[in-house]
Write a protein that binds this ligand. Structure first.
Ligand SMILES: O=C(O)C1=C[C@@H](OP(=O)(O)O)[C@@H](O)[C@H](O)C1
Ligand SMILES: C=C(OP(=O)(O)O)C(=O)O
Length: 408
């Protein structure tokens, strides 16, 4: 279904509570399956976390994780290390195109028995659970950090822990650090030096048995964009966030300063405020560490008439859709000129944004949410608008609270 967004302006002050980080949630859900004494608060209500949680408690032979990349990668490692458990792990049509060979090869080298059911290198996977006997493996680190996190998460339950050697430039590093930090919080010893990560085994007796998931910073990005596109003085309070976040996307605080957005940390929340107009005509951001906010930033730049050059985007081609192509197509429909390469996007400033355009979302939640703030400038339509539920099911309700006007 298509949602028509009418040209809107928002209230001067509003307050939104965002669900827990899906990245933190999916890691902690897996750790909870390995250490049942672990209790978790503020777990994400995203489709991806629901699917993760259901899969972990399922006794079915076939498990479908739909579009959830982290669930696919983390569960591959999990089921591969469950001795005696046989599973067919499958997903959506797009999931069947998302590469997983690097992880499968690493697991098989550790002693797993995983084969491809359809296309070599991609899900569905036939997994025969085994006790993984080896503990040293080398894998390519420049395609997806999720392969690395998947291995790290099961590592403390392996007899001898794990020694991972990362080959090449490491992508999306904050997500690896998030995994290590959560392991450390429950008392697992790890080290990460010169491309080598070591994880010690941990049998039982967690250091902390109760963890609270911080709210999702990638979801917060859409509110940074909304504030950036609003008049000076507009402010939105978002909870629950903290200054020392495990999430790399908290770099939004620094990035959005360039768009005139100030972020103040309160006890348990952040207050975003538009404090000045943007003076730069052209901006550059390296997003290797925070790929999920690339779409948000590109659309903010379109809305503000600022040229931008975004780099470090090589992982975007293998996400929910080829996000570089999707961005180019949809930004161009709105009137911008956009150049893309395999790892970069250049958007040239335009002062006129075409109205009443239909934005195609390509089964990608972030396409729908990144383009929505354009309704502050002109009317537009978002096709298949409920794709947002992959990470943020109440997104449209929250936009209504701010004052966005839409009809179906
Ligand atoms: O580990 C995670 O939770 C994630 C890692 C990132 O993927 P890549 O490492 O494939 O870039 C990110 O894009 C994804 O949304 C979540
Ligand atoms: C890329 C994403 O998710 P995943 O890879 O887990 O499907 C995302 O949420 O932007």
């Amino acid at each position: 279904m298509t949602l028509q967004l009418h040209k809107s302006s928002i209230q001067k002050h509003s307050k939104i509570t965002i669900t827990g980080s899906k990245s933190e949630s999916n890691r902690l859900l897996l750790l909870q399956a390995l250490y049942p004494e672990l209790a978790i608060d503020n777990v994400s209500n995203s489709d991806d976390s629901i699917v993760m949680s259901k899969a972990l408690s399922s006794s079915s032979v076939e498990i479908d994780i739909h579009h959830a990349g982290t669930a696919m990668r983390f569960l591959t490692a999990y089921f591969a290390s469950r001795d005696g458990r046989d599973v067919l792990l499958t997903g959506s049509d797009r999931m069947k195109e998302r590469p997983i060979e690097i992880l499968v090869d690493a697991l098989n080298q550790l002693g797993a028995q995983i084969t491809y059911e359809e296309t070599r290198g991609c899900p569905p996977l036939r997994i025969k659970g085994k006790t993984l006997s080896k503990h040293k493996v080398t894998l390519k680190a420049n395609v997806s950090s999720q392969y690395i996190s998947a291995l790290l998460l099961i590592a403390p339950r392996l007899e001898n822990g794990l020694e991972l050697t990362l080959d090449g430039k490491i992508t999306s590093i904050p997500y690896i650090n998030m995994t290590l930090d959560l392991l450390n919080q429950i008392g697992v010893e790890t080290s990460f030096k010169n491309q080598v990560i070591r994880v010690n085994p941990k049998v039982n007796g967690l250091k902390i048995k109760h963890l609270t998931v911080e709210s999702d910073w990638s979801s917060a990005s859409y509110f940074f964009s909304i504030v950036a596109l609003s008049p000076i003085g507009t402010q939105i309070e978002l909870s629950s966030y903290k200054q020392n976040s495990l999430q790399g996307d908290s770099v939004l605080v620094e990035i959005y300063k360039a768009f005139g957005v100030q972020t103040k940390f309160d006890t348990n929340s952040i207050v975003l405020k538009k404090i000045e107009d943007v003076t730069s005509k052209s901006l550059e951001f390296q997003l290797n560490n925070s790929p999920d906010i690339a779409q948000t930033i590109a659309v903010t730049c379109l809305g503000l008439g600022v040229k931008c050059h975004l780099t470090g985007l090589h992982t975007l081609k293998i996400k929910e859709t080829d996000r570089l192509v999707a961005l180019q197509n949809e930004l161009q429909k709105l009137g911008a000129k956009v150049d893309i390469t395999n790892d970069a996007l250049t958007l040239y400033a335009t002062s006129i944004i075409n109205d009443d355009i239909s934005i195609c979302t390509y089964n990608d939640h972030r396409m729908a949410m990144a383009f929505a703030p354009i309704a502050l400038k002109t009317s537009l339509n978002i096709e298949d608008h409920m794709v947002v539920s992959k990470s943020y099911p109440t997104f449209w309700d929250d936009l209504k609270v701010l004052g966005f006007k839409f009809s179906k």
